[in-house]
Design a protein. Structure first.
Length: 344
């Protein structure tokens, strides 16, 4: 069962300025084919009902979620959340990078029918970034709450019903999918939450169109990642190509090895072979004479061949520092590809 660690908040005040981004995704859940999952299991349900999206959770201390296909980096997401007035929590899952061994790898901003809110980080274990706390701005019982999260670089800002709650900094997840989540705490027998009027605002569309990372089944200690079979061929990566943006087909637009100062993100894309779902690719970015940062990309698509990409973002959404950068891609302990670029 997933358990939650002790709170480790690092709040920032006052509320950051909210960027004026256009809408890149709007869903009122009138169309059951809009892109979210519809399924059920002995641990919960995901369904479209009466122009709302329903998430139900049955056992205690579990989560059920659904995300919309497509990664986004800096963005705002908001949704209306309504409970059955009972127990559990419901809210927004964001910067979801797919399932690991313990469930989704993402942040979660959620509220309870009792008027509490929290910010969690899910991975192999669940960590409370902001532990459960009450707020007069969170409506109680079966009343609807409108949640909003604004992500700019490492700064995550939370709002409810138009009111600022908290801001924190966390660098674990810099991009990912967005969606909805509901869960139960220890002692809860069930939870039911309804969602409506989902909106995502960003300065670029959700890319790329990938299979939805959803699960009607909550993470358990028995879940294990996919592993290669003996019949699979070797894993191979083509040379890395850098760009300021990618097309929906993951073509660099345009490819570059040198960028002018002022760019706040760089995409890296490469063709690959011998891939399989669950394959973990470790990517490490290093600035010459400066710091390095690493992350893990988990392959979701079933195709053996295809393309993958990662993004390097500037600090706090600002420009990347000048200098020479190097990206290295590893599977296990093996370095499969590396390439460099310059910001002048």
């Amino acid at each position: 069962m997933t358990t939650l660690a002790s709170p480790t908040p690092s709040p920032l005040v006052p509320a950051p300025t909210v960027p004026n981004w256009p809408v890149v995704l709007a869903d009122d859940f009138d169309d059951a084919e809009s892109g979210f999952d519809g399924s059920s299991s002995d641990q919960g349900q995901l369904s479209y009902q009466g122009s709302q999206y329903i998430i139900g959770v049955v056992p205690e201390n579990q989560v059920v979620w659904s995300t919309r296909s497509g990664y986004v980096t800096d963005f705002a997401v908001e949704v209306a959340v309504e409970s059955d007035g009972g127990v559990g929590f419901g809210g927004i899952i964001f910067r979801n990078q797919g399932e690991g061994q313990g469930g989704p790898r993402a942040y979660v901003f959620a509220v309870t029918p009792g008027g509490e809110y929290s910010l969690m980080k899910l991975g192999q274990a669940a960590e409370m970034i902001l532990g459960w706390r009450g707020s007069n701005h969170v409506r109680t019982g079966a009343d609807t709450n409108r949640l909003r999260v604004v992500c700019v670089g490492a700064t995550l800002t939370l709002y409810v019903n138009g009111q600022y709650l908290d801001s924190v900094r966390d660098v674990t997840f810099v991009e990912g999918e967005v969606g909805m989540i509901a869960g139960t705490r220890v002692g809860d027998t069930h939870a039911l939450f309804r969602f409506d009027n989902l909106r995502v605002y960003a300065d670029s569309p959700l890319v790329p169109p990938t299979p939805t990372a959803t699960s009607p089944a909550a993470p358990t200690s028995t879940r294990v990642p996919a592993v290669p079979t003996p019949t699979r061929g070797p894993i191979e990566f083509d040379p890395i190509i850098f760009a300021e943006r990618l097309t929906p087909e993951l073509d660099p637009d345009p490819p570059r090895t040198s960028f002018s100062y002022g760019v706040n993100r760089v995409y890296a894309v490469w063709a690959c072979r011998g891939m399989y779902p669950g394959l973990e690719i470790v990517h490490t970015w290093c600035l010459e004479g400066g710091a390095c940062q690493s992350g893990t990309l988990i392959r979701k698509e079933a195709d053996e061949r295809g393309r993958e990409y990662v993004i390097l973002n500037g600090p706090d959404g600002g420009p990347l520092p000048r200098g020479n950068y190097r990206l290295e891609l590893y599977v296990g302990a093996q370095l499969l590809q590396s390439e460099s670029f310059t910001i002048q």
